[in-house]
Design a binder for this molecule. Structure first.
Ligand code: HGY
Ligand code: MN
Ligand code: MN
Length: 412
């Protein structure tokens, strides 16, 4: 198979351009799902799809698709590429955007090379992968895969009190296509690793064979506001202290276990949040992950037991709301092997690995054979403006995506 290669200038230029869209006054990149800044990113992506001569489609949850369906193969199930272009708060420029723009780049390169695929090729940008404004994360791909009813998703109320459906309408991305309107023949997602493994092992590519389970919960602890100076420790119902005990419980338990379990308290709010008032309420989130479903369930049960005991010891009331729960996912062996084969043909060092992060691929794997390709993250850093992947690695990853796409659409 003669080696095509993507246009590095076009891919890297677009990554930089998209990465400049949605910066706040302090230069932080923030394109939360269905926000004004994300609209600007969406508009830019749609303009690139149209300039490439692809058909644009938007479904009811706002997922955007660029469709290349050459005559004669238009009715075949498409090969789907993609990821997301929404970001976390103060994000890097590669998370999600790399997979979407590389997918578009692969299609443009193949069209320019006169390649005629055996099936349509589609690039997708899924709505609300990050889940920062509206939980759960990977929402657009979950709806697309039939894992969440679209009207239920559109009714989701965000952390800012907005409703997803209203916001999609407001930014002009409440599409008309039914989620799932294209049933993929296969789905491949190219993504930065967002972890330290490839860099630590001096490897360039990850053929991702599975993805760990995710559990998101919001915990509310109710105590009593009281005077910080006059209230003896023994008489306090201190929601803030109780919350702090949960944070240390989670870290100490994960640290003591010799398992890959990870636990994170990423958001925490106190009420009334005043320096001289004992917090009457603490609201925080718990993100638990593990590649093994039984262990993940055990961690959830251990937290529930701890909260019960804590409530009695600290004389506080504790309530828990589940925000997301996804079991670990195994990807398609044939596609993983195709990724490894493509790396071998280009003599690029590659290893099989697990994804620590959640991705749209874990949802689309419910409806089509799916796998992912990783490239290294410098220092394993992500969800941070210091997120970085070397240009050569970005281009090599996109070339491997190109080769895998050709292998999967070169069939007679
Ligand atoms: O949470 C995740 O792993 C993904 O970045 N949404
Ligand atoms: Mn991502
Ligand atoms: Mn992310």
């Amino acid at each position: 198979m003669s080696n095509y290669s993507i246009s590095s200038a076009r891919l890297l230029g677009r990554l930089g351009e998209l990465g400049s869209i949605g910066r706040d006054g302090d230069g932080r990149l923030i394109r939360l799902a269905a926000s004004d800044t994300e609209k600007l990113g969406r508009d830019k992506f749609v303009s690139w799809i149209e300039a490439a001569g692809l058909k644009v489609a938007v479904d009811r949850i706002g997922n955007i698709f660029g469709i290349w369906a050459p005559g004669g193969v238009a009715d075949a199930a498409p090969l789907m590429l993609g990821s997301h272009i929404d970001t976390v708060i103060n994000a890097g420029i590669y998370d999600g955007c790399y997979g979407v723009l590389a997918g578009l780049e692969v299609i443009e390169t193949l069209r320019e090379a006169g390649f005629v695929p055996s099936r349509p090729i589609v690039v997708a940008a899924f709505t609300n992968e990050e889940g920062v404004r509206y939980a759960p994360d990977m929402m657009g791909s979950l709806v697309y895969a039939g894992g969440l009813d679209v009207d239920t998703a559109l009714a989701t109320v965000g952390t800012d009190g907005s409703k997803l459906g209203d916001e999609l309408r407001r930014i002009g991305y409440a599409g008309d296509r039914a989620p799932g309107f294209l049933k993929p023949h296969a789905y491949i997602e190219l993504h930065i690793e967002q972890g330290p493994v490839l860099e630590r092992e001096g490897l360039l590519l990850g053929a991702v064979e599975n993805l760990q389970g995710i559990s998101w919960q919001r915990v509310t602890i109710e105590g009593d506001a009281n005077h910080a100076g006059t209230t003896p420790i023994s008489m306090r119902r201190d929601a803030g202290f109780a919350a702090a005990r949960v944070v240390t419980f989670l870290r100490e338990r994960a640290k003591a276990s010799n398992t890959p379990t990870v636990a994170t308290v990423g958001c925490m709010e106190f009420q009334p949040n005043a320096i001289n008032v004992i917090p009457s309420r603490a609201t925080f989130t718990v993100d638990l992950r593990d590649p093994d479903e039984d262990r993940l369930s055990q961690e959830e049960a251990a937290l529930a037991r701890f909260l019960e005991a804590l409530s009695a010891e600290e004389d506080v009331t504790i309530s828990v709301e589940r925000l997301a729960r996804f079991e670990p996912v195994k990807f398609d062996e044939r596609i993983v092997a195709t990724i490894e084969e493509a790396a071998k043909l280009r003599a690029l060092p590659c290893r099989r690995m697990t994804s620590g992060a959640g991705h749209d691929a874990q949802m689309i794997a419910r409806i089509a054979p799916t796998a992912m390709i990783f490239v290294p993250s410098k220092g394993g850093i992500s969800h941070n403006p210091k997120e970085f992947t070397a240009d050569d690695d970005l281009v090599a990853g996109a070339d491997i995506l190109l080769d895998v796409v050709r292998a999967l659409t070169d069939e007679e």
